[in-house]
Design a protein around this ligand. Structure first.
Ligand SMILES: [Zn+2]
Length: 469
């Protein structure tokens, strides 16, 4: 029988991350039309398939393309300016993002995509808040060709958080801007028409109600109904910082997740972002509803200054997806940070440093993340019929020799330096230092200009003058 024609064959030790976490030692997969057409032992694949292009060898490691389950592209120019500048999110991040024009927003996408692709990430999950940036972000994602779960949504509520020492007379309050929820959710519905949550396009839509402070009760209820109707996620930062907990107690008499429960939005569609301050009761509420957690371990240390109780989340059966949240933009750093911070806090502290298995952490950046984002029909594991989203690692270097336990060695010893190729829907977007769709010279000039721009915007807001080391 004549071999069938494929577009691409990828060879290596394949960690499928399927339901049984099957590993194929000298395996290969054949890609046809952006999908995985066949997967098995290398000898069988090359017997049955031929392709104009082959990547990898017997020592390569083939993984599902990684998923960055939480980020904001337009923070990419500003990220390290938060260093030593507590509290950084409202004072540094937000004004820097707001200051960008649409062209600069597009530039941030190209920059973050280059960083993510360089570390084997094929899907990013973007929470977009600024309608003025939306078209530029969507356009740049499509131009680069990286896959994206894009949650859109724009705040519709004013709020005031009473100052700590003025609360005797000053009260926290919120006020919904009448009619804005309807207008913005109509835009989200139109966005979901264009980019369905379960569709075949590179971008899948979702609903973003970023936080309890900026989004009204109406927005949460109707946004949740829209997410349910369209089979999309509703993504909410919750339990992120003490100010939010304090505000919710002052205004609602409830902690943040309790407030979400009162609003009736805790179910399978809810992705709770961060939840570092979630109490036992709040974790229980999330678990009972079937919600998921998007967890960004590097951001926990860099800006949140708190760590979620991951053993409790997992014991309660809550799915967890890892996000780089712009503080890493490197999935190996992100996975290793999860291993180290939770190992140090909950594992070593209980004399059980192995409570979190390496394969479970890798799942949080692949198969489990895909499940959280309703994308597991398409990505997160290497299986016939799924998208050919692949991270190909060079497994020949000294620090991956004497390989004994694949998941453990990937978690402990692999880095983005081993990423040889990153493939999205069968397209090789990154290979050996070169990007197929990103002009690196132009990117460098845009990044330099963007960095200078946000430094100027933030100069007066910082406690410490720049530059300092
Ligand atoms: Zn976020």
């Amino acid at each position: 029988m004549q071999p069938a024609q494929a577009d691409l064959i990828v060879r290596g030790r394949i960690a499928t991350m399927d339901a049984t976490r099957r590993v194929i030692d000298d395996g290969a997969l054949a890609v046809v039309g952006g999908r995985i057409a066949a997967l098995g032992p290398h000898a069988e694949i090359v017997r049955d398939w031929t392709a104009p292009r082959s990547l990898g060898d017997a020592r390569s490691i083939v993984l599902p393309g990684f998923i960055d389950a939480h980020t904001h592209c337009s923070q990419c120019f500003v990220r390290s300016l938060t260093t030593g500048e507590l509290p950084m999110i409202p004072r540094i991040y937000n004004p820097a993002q707001r200051s960008l024009d649409a062209t600069q927003a597009g530039q941030t996408v190209r920059l973050i995509a280059a960083q993510l692709l360089r570390s084997g990430i094929t899907t990013l999950c973007e929470g977009t808040l600024n309608p003025a940036h939306e078209e530029a972000i969507v356009g740049a994602i499509e131009e680069v060709g990286i896959r994206c779960n894009l949650a859109r949504g724009c705040a519709d509520q004013d709020f005031h958080h009473a100052a700590l020492y003025a609360q005797v007379r000053d009260r926290s309050w919120l006020k919904a801007r009448e009619g804005e929820a309807e207008i913005d959710l109509a835009r989200s519905a139109a966005f979901l028409d264009r980019y369905p949550a379960r569709g075949d396009r590179l971008i899948r839509g979702a609903v973003n109600a970023s936080a309890l402070l900026g989004f009204s009760e109406r927005y949460f209820r109707d946004g949740h109904a829209l997410a349910r109707e369209r089979g999309a996620t509703l993504q909410v930062h919750v339990g992120r910082d003490r100010e939010e907990v304090e505000f919710c107690l002052a205004v609602f008499g409830r902690r943040p997740v309790e407030r979400l429960a009162d609003l009736g939005v805790i179910d399978r569609h809810l992705v709770a972002v961060h939840a570092v301050l979630a109490s036992e009761t709040e974790i229980e509420l999330l678990a009972r509803g079937g919600a998921s957690l998007a967890h960004s371990p590097v951001e926990c240390v860099a800006n949140l200054n708190a760590i979620p109780n991951l053993p409790r989340f997992r014991a309660a059966g809550i799915r967890v997806a890892l996000g780089c949240d712009n503080q890493a933009n490197d999935i190996f750093v992100t996975m290793r940070a999860a291993w180290l911070i939770h190992g140090a806090k909950w594992g070593v502290g209980a004399y059980d440093p192995e409570f979190l298995a390496p394969g479970d952490i890798i799942a949080m950046a692949t198969s489990e993340a895909a499940d959280v984002l309703f994308m597991d029909d398409l990505v997160g594991s290497l299986e016939v019929g799924k998208a050919a989203d692949i991270a190909l690692l060079d497994g020949s270097g000294p620090h991956l020799m004497a390989m004994q336990h694949l998941s453990s060695e990937i978690l402990r010893y692999a880095s983005r330096a081993e990423v040889k190729a990153t493939i999205v829907a069968g397209r090789v977007l990154y290979e050996d230092g070169a990007f197929a769709t990103i002009d690196v010279e132009r990117l460098r000039a845009d990044a330099d200009a963007g960095a200078a721009h946000v430094r100027g915007v933030l100069a007066d807001r910082r406690y410490r003058a720049l530059p300092h080391f």
